[in-house]
Design a protein around this ligand. Structure first.
Ligand code: SF4
Ligand code: SF4
Length: 696
């Protein structure tokens, strides 16, 4: 009887401590800014739970640690039944779970998972102690090991209890189903019945006490994710992957006193706070981050941990003040340390290229970019503190509609071609309102010399294929991506609204662009401002034209080509096949995949507005990627983004390898194979020959 009373008291205390802590954590979330995350697409939400939480798909991208976690996770799910059995046994001798508690397959599954979890723990220790991968740098590794010891204790006491029960004849399952427990029972042979009874009680209590302590401990440790991961996945943004959180600033009525973005911890949304509570400190985000991998101070893991630690440090005082009243609360908020630079250094915030590798790698769907951009918005729009070289690009976007600051009237200079090329005559959309596609030139295509050539070649391909297209000429402005990702939301909003109005005015339906940033912004973000357009990236469009036979690459190019996937195509928008289809359609081309490709591509360093910022620390990202391309032993590095084109061309030049590797847009490679075929109509018209193909 006493035994039952003590266990009941312990259960009540544990549940009380657990509940109090959870209420406190919920209180912290309530301190965060509003964010409408109520699930709207339940089909997608259920799929996420099945795939990400129960299927552990993101973890399984890393085979050994993934399998280890898979078995530990499912061990927890299945072995919950043994916990019920253990506590039931304290209160009732011979307890079994109603209906299924004597079913052999359940006993067998329990046995299997005890073994699988123990194996998983051994692998976890091996990874942490022997392999010691860099991704754990900065994580609370001791905390992780305490949990591993606790889980080991839980597994061993399950086995010991089951062995003792079998030896006493109390075991609810047919032992033919439970070979591991049966083998453990052999250890009890030779003991008297009284000793076996005593050992059974000791192991049962030991097991129960570890579980009770574990339940409270996890709410104070990084293993809180056991509770929050499923919830964090449930509230993952339903925005398209490449879209940022919209702000909808009232530009007309903006004043100097307005504050924007996240300046102190309570400016983060409740979801961003939940992200912090959910971080497992696994370091997968850190291991794929191009900034961290090239020696910058930005680690997405440490950033999320720093924000979480700030929430846990300031949370209790904020909750107390909230109880006292609004005035007391505002007083505490006013005294909070700034997120930048007090909690996270400014440099860390500006190092991010918004490449999305961290978000994709995170097994619990933490959204690092949202927090980073929220802090950038505060630095730019509230504090006016940002790298000085950004100033020019922002001003240029505001005054001339492009970050280069070039005169808008020169936007179509590229159509004149070079002295050896014919001028192209491309109509304005108002003169060709029936155009099938609007060719969106983009600022790089309009003003950067390398990319002007790409734009010329793309337009040439469209003409060869007989596509009915037009442009906006000088009515086109920057799509706003660099401003938005730098944190200057009001400039983005101004540019986006202007472009949307212009295109709606001409009843544009379909946009073709050679820039993944223009593509992502117009496809994923313009709908936030009512701009609903069909947008297609030129690599996909050209692949279609080749497939339909409207473009026929015929000249043997004899090139070995590798392709650099732009982050804003491959990772943010799942666009990568078209480029490969086009390259492989070119006769005599040998295609080499780089190690980091598709979803796993490595950023060239220009995203997130970093094109207009200095890279002061560590190895330059473009050099890291260039070195990888050079190591592929290809003679041509194909690109599908004007910024990648600039970054990687510069990289090859800096390595003095221009004679070894040419950097070419996919459109340029395709046109070369069409124009330089002696039999092609384009070649005949231009007087080009196959010999020249080798010189491109
Ligand atoms: S978005 Fe890219 S650069 Fe930014 S933190 Fe994530 S992985 Fe690093
Ligand atoms: S943010 Fe995600 S990937 Fe990064 S350490 Fe935390 S749980 Fe792991």
């Amino acid at each position: 009887m006493l035994e039952k009373l003590v266990m009941a008291a312990l259960l009540i205390v544990t549940v009380g401590l657990f509940g109090r802590r959870m209420a406190m954590l919920l209180g912290y979330l309530r301190l965060g800014a509003a964010d409408d995350r109520l699930p709207k697409h339940w089909g997608r939400k259920i799929k996420d739970q099945i795939v990400v939480v129960f299927g552990q798909r993101k973890l399984l991208q890393w085979t050994v640690p993934g399998l280890m976690h898979f078995f530990i996770f499912w061990g927890f799910v299945i072995l919950f039944t043994t916990i019920v059995e253990a506590f039931g046994a304290v209160f009732q001798e011979g307890f079994h779970i109603p209906l299924i508690g004597r079913w052999g397959p359940l006993g067998a599954t329990q046995d299997f998972f005890v073994a699988a979890v123990l194996l998983g723990i051994a692998v976890a220790f091996f990874i942490r102690r022997v392999q010691a991968p860099g991704r754990f740098r900065g994580s609370h590794t001791k905390d992780a090991e305490y949990i591993l010891y606790a889980i080991t204790g839980i597994m061993l006491t399950i086995l010991a209890t089951r062995g003792a029960e079998i030896s006493l004849g109390h075991f609810p399952y047919d032992t033919a189903w439970t070979p591991l427990s049966n083998a453990t029972a052999q250890l009890f042979e030779g003991f008297s019945e009284a000793t076996r009874e005593a050992l059974d009680t000791v192991f049962l209590w030991w097991h129960s006490l570890i579980i009770l302590a574990f339940l409270v401990y996890i709410t104070y440790s990084k293993h809180l994710h056991i509770i929050t991961a499923g919830i964090n996945v449930l509230f993952t943004s339903e925005r398209p992957k490449g879209a940022l959180i919209p702000m909808n600033i009232d530009i007309e009525n903006m004043t100097e006193d307005d504050t924007f973005g996240a300046g102190v911890i309570t400016d983060l949304t409740w979801k961003q706070m939940l992200d912090g509570m959910t971080c497992t400190e696994c370091g997968r985000c850190q291991s794929v981050c191009p900034a961290w991998n090239t020696g910058k101070p930005l680690s997405p893991k440490l950033l999320i941990m720093d924000l979480r630690d700030q929430m846990f440090e300031k949370g209790p005082a904020l909750l107390e003040a909230k109880k006292t009243g609004d005035e007391a609360f505002q007083e505490i908020v006013a005294g909070l340390p700034s997120l930048n630079p007090d909690v996270v250094e400014d440099e860390v915030i500006w190092d991010c290229t918004t490449c999305g590798a961290c978000v994709q790698a995170c097994p619990v769907n933490i959204e690092h970019i949202d927090s980073i951009v929220a802090m950038r918005r505060n630095l730019v729009m509230t504090e006016s503190r940002f790298p000085k070289e950004m100033q020019g690009a922002l001003q240029n976007m505001e005054t001339t509609g492009n970050p280069w600051g070039s005169a808008p009237q020169t936007r179509m200079d590229w159509e004149k071609g070079t002295s050896k090329q014919e001028a192209l005559e491309i109509p304005h959309i108002k003169d060709n309102p029936d155009a099938d596609v609007l060719l969106w030139v983009g600022c790089a295509g309009a003003f950067d010399d390398r990319n002007k050539k790409v734009m010329y070649d793309l337009a040439k391909l469209l003409q060869i294929a007989g596509v009915n297209f037009a442009t906006l000429k000088d009515e086109e402005s920057c799509n706003g991506d660099p401003a938005r990702r730098m944190g200057a939301e009001y400039i983005y909003q101004m540019l986006a609204e202007q472009n949307i109005e212009t295109m709606k005015g001409y009843q544009v339906k379909k946009i073709l662009t050679a820039c993944p940033h223009c593509f992502n912004t117009m496809f994923n973000e313009y709908p936030q401002f009512g701009g609903m357009f069909e947008v297609i990236h030129h690599t996909e469009y050209l692949a279609q034209l080749v497939k339909e036979g409207r473009l026929k690459p015929e000249a043997e190019m004899g090139k070995t080509v590798t392709y650099h996937d732009p982050c804003y195509n491959a990772r943010h928008n799942d666009v990568w096949q078209g480029a490969r289809d086009v390259i492989e359609s070119i006769p005599g081309t040998e295609y080499q995949e780089m190690h980091r490709c598709g979803h796993g591509t490595f950023c060239c360093g220009a995203g997130g507005g970093r094109m207009w910022m200095e890279e002061r620390m560590g190895k330059k990202m473009n050099m890291e990627r260039t070195d990888e391309a050079l190591a592929s032993a290809s003679d041509t590095l194909a690109v599908g983004c004007p910024f990648c084109n600039i970054m990687l061309s510069d990289g090859v030049t800096e390595r003095q390898k221009d004679d070894q590797m040419a950097v070419k847009d996919v459109a340029q490679l395709l046109l070369a194979s069409i124009e330089f075929h002696p039999e092609s109509s384009a070649a005949k018209a231009n007087g080009n020959g196959a010999d020249e193909a080798q010189t491109t």
